[in-house]
Design a binder for this molecule. Structure first.
Ligand code: PAF
Length: 281
């Protein structure tokens, strides 16, 4: 496994491989878990060479405190990457990616950037778009892999390659869950024992939503979900939304015959967890 920190060196190296090998790419912010590894394993089966980046991107955090507390576990990450036979790892510094200007490019993602995460995390998707574009331009993979846990991000990245006309196929991968249903996330390691025990309630609520969908309407489900969190000692609901998969608009603004998903964001003290589930089929 080769580890690079310079964009020029990794770019030069990948260009020597490109002629005879397909390149799969998994961008991450590190603190790797089985969810990330499942993306890498899928990328390994579909490409000759797999590149993983680890970079905690400052421009996608709206709160400095959240950025500072984001887990950083480089040594363990490298061991995990070895264990799944990752070929190339890119770990750039902030200077390498942003030089002296840590700012986001502004994107028009056609409106999906203003829904849900976009409402609650100002500038988040400009930050994601900025870094993913920079990474794509360095790695220039054929295929790039993103988890469906960040479903809105996945849609944003699909839009990004459309806007930038980068010839990269974006592949969404199923959410990887702990045995008790909690969606795997780098942030989970920050949960205390008690908070960790409380957290599977998020997925349980999504499963209940799935049962209710089609029986009561989206607004009634939303109200029901809000009530479930009112007296929860550990979990504070930030938002719950039922939205179309493509436009991400709330269900009541969508036409019929669309695919719908329920989306949820919850605070466990200062740890923010998100999850989502497909509804209807
Ligand atoms: O999902 C993530 O880990 C990040 O948002 C990404 C895609 C690596 C961009 O920083």
């Amino acid at each position: 496994m080769l580890v690079f920190s310079s964009s020029k060196s990794i770019k030069d190296y990948i260009s020597t491989l490109r002629k005879e090998n397909s390149i799969g790419f998994v961008p991450t912010m590190g603190a790797l878990h089985l969810g990330h590894l499942s993306l890498i394993v899928q990328a390994k089966t579909e490409n000759d060479v797999v590149v993983v980046s680890i970079f905690v991107n400052p421009t996608q955090f709206d709160k400095k405190e959240d950025l500072n507390k984001y887990p950083r576990t480089i040594e363990e990450d490298l061991k995990l990457l070895q264990s799944v036979n990752c070929d190339v790892v890119f770990i750039p510094s902030i200077d390498e990616m942003y030089e002296d200007k840590i700012t986001s490019e502004h994107f028009d993602f056609g409106g999906i950037e203003f829904e849900m995460e976009g409402k609650f995390r100002k500038g988040h998707f400009d930050g994601v778009g900025t870094i993913v574009k920079k990474l794509f331009e360095i790695v220039m993979p054929q295929n790039a892999y993103f988890g469906e846990k960040d479903f809105q991000q996945l849609q944003i990245v699909k839009k990004l390659v459309e806007i930038t006309k980068l010839p990269i196929k974006i592949i969404g991968c199923k959410i990887f869950r702990e045995k008790d249903g909690l969606a795997m996330s780098s942030r989970n390691i920050r949960l205390s024992e008690e908070q960790r025990k409380a957290a599977p309630f998020i997925y349980q609520t999504l499963l209940d939503t799935q049962q209710k969908f089609g029986i009561i309407n989206a607004n009634e489900i939303k109200q029901w979900v809000e009530e479930q969190f009112v007296n929860n000692e550990f979990l504070k609901l930030e938002y719950f939304e039922i939205a179309c998969e493509d436009s991400l608009k709330p269900a009541n603004e969508c036409q019929e015959k669309k695919n719908y998903r329920a989306f949820i964001a919850v605070f466990v003290n200062d740890i923010r967890l998100i999850d989502n589930i497909r509804l209807g089929n």
